[in-house]
Design a protein around this ligand. Structure first.
Ligand SMILES: [Mg+2]
Length: 119
């Protein structure tokens, strides 16, 4: 079973995403509320995949992605984006993000992207 770490400062977003992923058979091994916490949890848990929100306090998603990829080049990170974040998204892909899922979540599309992102 693929292990996923979710990083998002919105508890509601995490809850919605968690329900979709658990229903699809993934295991959520951790939840972090900001990028720094996400980095720490990545180091401890070594999940198969990370879902990474972009706008977060302390350390934003792009910086957290860069930090994770710097320490763990094989890390697989899928960005979670909201409308109007296209330029951030380009930066994320250039920084090594595998793909992205958009809010509001379309569960079928989302599960498909996550499955493909876990190699
Ligand atoms: Mg956010």
């Amino acid at each position: 079973m693929a292990k996923i770490l979710m990083v998002d400062d919105s508890r509601t977003s995490r809850k919605i995403l968690k329900d979709i992923l658990v229903d699809a058979g993934f295991e959520i091994v951790g939840e972090a509320g900001n990028g720094e916490e996400g980095y720490q949890m990545y180091s401890e848990l070594k999940p198969d995949l990370v879902t990474m929100d972009i706008t977060m306090p302390v350390l934003d998603g792009i910086s957290a992605l860069k930090k994770i990829k710097e320490s763990y080049p094989d890390a697989r990170v899928v960005m979670v984006t909201a409308a109007g974040q296209k330029s951030k998204l380009i930066e994320a892909i250039q920084s090594g993000a595998v793909d992205f899922i958009s809010k509001p979540f379309d569960s079928e599309k989302l599960v498909d992207i996550i499955r493909k992102a876990i190699v």
